[in-house]
Design a protein around this ligand. Structure first.
Ligand SMILES: Nc1nc2c(ncn2[C@@H]2O[C@H](COP(=O)(O)OP(=O)(O)OP(=O)(O)O)[C@@H](O)[C@H]2O)c(=O)[nH]1
Ligand SMILES: [Mg+2]
Length: 431
């Protein structure tokens, strides 16, 4: 993204697309107020707004046709999310209304925002730090109330560690530069160099070892139901959802595709997956369905292999847990015995799932890092391994500077254009 485009006035829907009670269109940039005023029935109200108040008005098209009743809020620079003049137009959540409004704004000179552009402007204008941005992103992605409440402290811990590493690198660099400026030899004679580099390397190693992978944080945990046909997977899926989502019948092979639905269990967001019964499929469509179900199961955080009286002896594969259904028929007393018909054992099943989810969640008990952050830290570790063999003090200074620049970019200091693009392009449009 070039510097000139950073000064355009941009607009984007900031709420999810589709039908909803309300939707919020955001416009930011030096012409945000002027452009918004072109599609408002009483523009004076927003021209004279001192900012922060809610203005009840209408969106109208070029021919003054009424499009929607809206609430407009003006935020005057620098008192806005982006630090620029920013206008929020709260419309009714109709795709047509949003499209029309967007079209009007674009014909008056606004450009559709790129992914993460609002946050990028907020960052560039000093309104938000990388640390705050990360906290915000994790809050939106939190998969449980527990992780939601901990997000801030996780991110704080992560950045505190990085700041300490950075401070040690800068202190070391100062020592090395002092030898260049005042020392009598070109050879490396820095006091305690080996010790300091060793400490830095172990701090960096600890930093990556204790971090979980951010890509693993999907915003939910997935639980799949698998097993032979007719054991009651779909019946259990419906019982857990508390509504009839999946077709149930006594014909084996009823579920042909896999189905997904979300439930909230004790503050945990769960994606439940119902799959096609596993058997030698007699025709192509069924075998495609079975294969799709298998890959969904492989990606699930937990797989429940369902049995019924006919297949009670089944053993679970690695990573799976046996769930014995239709216990009303054989009075099965094995652990996790349930009946999707009478609901017997369902409370115990939910209790068991909760324990599993708490375990999953504790794996996210620390901060997380992305793949690119991990590879940058690995690069710093590599540099610090190399410097130990240097005899030339200027080469040593150069590499320590390189290492500290990398850590600085992770902290958001002197961050380059490429790194910024990388961070913000991963966000969604409107954020
Ligand atoms: N008695 C009894 N019958 C059940 C129970 N759960 C399911 N059934 C019956 O078992 C039959 C199969 O149920 P489904 O839920 O369709 O089984 P499924 O595992 O999804 O089957 P496929 O989709 O073919 O793989 C239906 O007739 C259900 O009513 C249960 O707990 N007890
Ligand atoms: Mg089924």
């Amino acid at each position: 993204m070039s510097l000139s485009t950073l000064h355009d006035t941009i607009c984007a829907l900031s709420t999810p697309p589709g039908k909803s009670a309300i939707a919020v269109m955001r416009i930011t940039g030096s012409d945000a107020i002027k452009i918004s005023a072109t599609c408002i029935s009483d523009p004076d109200k927003i021209f004279t707004s001192r900012g922060g108040d809610s203005i009840y008005t209408n969106v109208i098209d070029e021919n003054k046709n009424h499009i929607d009743d809206v609430i407009v809020t003006v935020f005057r620079a620098p008192h806005s999310y982006t630090g620029e003049d920013l206008v929020e137009i709260h419309t009714h959540g109709s795709t047509l209304i949003i499209d029309l409004l967007q079209h009007l704004l674009q014909s008056s000179g606004a450009r559709l925002a790129e992914a993460g552009e609002f946050s990028r402007r907020a960052y560039m204008n000093g309104k938000i730090s990388l640390e705050e941005l990360e906290t915000l992103a994790l809050r939106i992605d939190a998969s449980s109330e527990r992780s939601l409440s901990k997000v801030q402290s996780f991110v704080k811990k992560k950045y505190e560690r990085l700041r300490l590493i950075y401070a040690s690198l800068i202190a070391l660099l100062a020592q090395v530069n002092a030898q260049i400026d005042f020392g009598e030899s070109d050879h490396v004679v820095v006091d305690g160099l080996e010790e300091q580099v060793k400490d830095l390397r172990s701090s960096l190693q600890l930093y990556i070892d204790q971090a979980s992978n951010r890509s693993a944080n999907k915003g939910y945990y997935s639980i799949a139901l698998t097993g032979p046909p007719n054991v009651g997977k779909s019946s259990l899926f419906n019982a857990l959802l508390k509504y009839e989502r999946s077709i149930v019948s006594d014909i084996p092979g009823t579920t042909r595709d896999y189905l997904e639905a979300f439930i909230i269990l004790d503050g945990f967001r769960i994606k439940l997956i119902d799959t096609a019964g596993l058997r030698e499929a007699s025709e192509e469509i069924e075998s495609i369905g079975i294969a799709l179900g298998k890959s969904a199961t492989e990606e699930a955080d937990l797989t429940l292999r369902v049995t019924d009286p006919e297949v009670r002896g089944t053993s679970a594969l690695q990573g799976e847990v046996l769930l014995h259904n239709k216990c009303d028929l054989d009075n099965c007393k094995l652990p996790l015995s349930v009946s999707a018909i009478t609901n017997a054992g369902l409370d115990e099943l939910l209790q068991f799932l909760k324990v599993q989810l708490i375990n999953f969640d504790s794996q996210f008990s620390g901060y997380s890092i992305s793949d690119s952050e991990r590879s940058l830290i690995t690069e710093v570790l590599r540099i610090l391994e190399k410097v130990m063999s240097f005899d030339d003090i200027t080469l040593l200074a150069e590499d320590i500077r390189k290492a500290s620049d990398i850590i600085a970019s992770l902290l958001g200091y002197n961050i380059g254009e490429d790194s910024l693009n990388h961070i913000f392009m991963k966000m969604c449009i409107g954020k």
